[in-house]
Write a protein that binds this ligand. Sequence first.
Ligand SMILES: *[C@@H]1O[C@H](CO)[C@@H](O)[C@H](O)[C@H]1NC(C)=O
Ligand SMILES: *[C@@H]1O[C@H](CO)[C@@H](O)[C@H](O)[C@H]1NC(C)=O
Ligand SMILES: *[C@@H]1O[C@H](CO)[C@@H](O)[C@H](O)[C@H]1NC(C)=O
Ligand SMILES: *[C@@H]1O[C@H](CO)[C@@H](O)[C@H](O)[C@H]1NC(C)=O
Ligand SMILES: *[C@@H]1O[C@H](CO)[C@@H](O)[C@H](O)[C@H]1NC(C)=O
Length: 498
Amino acid sequence: MIPLTVTLAAAALAGTAGGHFNPLHHSGAASPYFDAPSQFGISPSTPPQCVVDQAAYIVRHGSRYPEPGSFAGWQALFAKLQNASYTARGPLAFLPSWVPPVDDIPHEPLFLSSTGSTEAFSLGVQLRKRYRFTAGGDNFTVWAAGQQRVVDTATYFLQGYLSQGNYFNEPEKNRGTIVAMPDSVNYTFADSLTPSTGCPAYGSGDTSSKANDYRAAYQPAVARRLNQYLDGLNLDGSDIAVMQDLCGFQSEIDGDIRFCDIFGESEWKDYEYAHDLNYYYGSGPGNPFSATVGYPWIQAVTGLLLRGPDNRRNGDNFVPPPLVMSFTHDNDLPPVVSALGVWNSSLSPGIFPLSTNGPDARRTFRSSNLVSFRGYIALERLSCDSQAPPSEVEHAAGHVLPAPGTTASAEKYVRIRINNAVVPVPGCTTGPGESCPLKAFAAHVRERLAVAGDFVERCNLQDVMNATGTLDIFTKVPSEKAQSFTLVVPQPYAVTVP
Ligand SMILES: *[C@@H]1O[C@H](CO)[C@@H](O)[C@H](O)[C@H]1NC(C)=O
Ligand SMILES: *[C@@H]1O[C@H](CO)[C@@H](O)[C@H](O)[C@H]1NC(C)=O
Ligand SMILES: *[C@@H]1O[C@H](CO)[C@@H](O)[C@H](O)[C@H]1NC(C)=O
Ligand SMILES: *[C@@H]1O[C@H](CO)[C@@H](O)[C@H](O)[C@H]1NC(C)=O
Ligand SMILES: *[C@@H]1O[C@H](CO)[C@@H](O)[C@H](O)[C@H]1NC(C)=O
């Protein structure tokens, strides 16, 4: 474990490193994807004596248009700005000409934006280059919750990940499979990528209304400050809510960042902190059922990492690829943080649970660095030699030397990366790059069961038919309990050239 003083200093710098304050890195769930700053000073590069031989990701869908509910808020703001006669000055002089950035109302709200498609495609490219696991990528399988924007994210990911070269003449050599399943239903229980709706008790642990109280407390003063620039129109707290959301959303929809420029740094930090409180107390460690619903994914993935990339076990009908990709929604990521027990440092008294009075710069739980669009939690299995590669190497003709980490004596380790940044496993950082030895990681996961509890029992499902606490989708394709089904990407097509 790194010394406390180092942890705190690094945490205090997070977010301000580089000097220039960027509101798009402090917009919580409205932030387009960005690599999170290192909170612990650990390089995200794979250590030189290691290779990643297996990895599992759980990913939020890419940037999207607003949900219909928040779009109604944008339209109400537009109506208010257009309906009145007033003078707008200085930073607000653009308001009379602003129109909401949705130009196809029946088709855009809810769905991915072009930025979201790009984020998904570029993650595919990035992971193919980072791991170089599957040659060509024929029939590479990924998993997705069934809502259209999630399946679309998986689709664009696959198109970025698959080798592009053969699409035109041999598309069948470059096909991906998406294992999709019902999204946010209550009848697949833990066997789902949206398990919280399968836990009837979960809602009773959700105290995210603390975030609304926090918003109601800071927004009126922001409205008063901005009203100095208006004669004949009065902004209120709910207008501030919409205008701050529009920074992240409008930047990813059409690149317009005028709403980003009208708020000050402390106003952005209050906005971000309201998102933090929302996720911490809604789906994160502040909800006592959070770890319970996040645990089945961790348990399933840890089982795969223990077996290694190619092993089949009795009863399985499917061997997942070495890169296991799960696509889902924002609220399904904080439960995985809770189940892993990261970002909940009891070494920092007074920081957790998050205070409703205001942000503490030392907190590690930051929504912007987790549930940004296309945000992710990744577990990487590292295979490492005991020493860094030598600086001088003999080559015998006709013999390719094994790459670092690929010999039989290589040891296995695990690292957690959240939006690229390495987040140490609590109390387990003895491996290369502060990784955790695989067996110790598995022991940590077993210990976390004491916090997570049994899904069926904690969620009060003992008497419910078919209730399950196990996620089997990665080794059963299709899975009966998860009601999973497969989709082929790209769809078979034929091009007729005249
Ligand atoms: C528009 O203005 C009229 C008259 O001033 C007012 O009654 C109405 O509530 C306004 N509508 C909106 C959406 O602000
Ligand atoms: C591709 O993989 C899926 C499982 O993800 C399987 O159902 C399907 O049969 C495979 N297709 C081919 C052509 O191998
Ligand atoms: C699932 O939802 C339906 C409809 O609201 C309800 O009747 C049913 O009892 C729920 N099932 C569980 C296990 O909570
Ligand atoms: C977070 O830490 C607190 C204090 O150490 C502990 O009581 C709580 O159970 C932890 N939450 C989770 C989800 O691990
Ligand atoms: C339980 O699962 C079986 C088999 O999949 C299914 O036929 C049945 O409808 C399920 N029962 C309930 C209550 O969901």
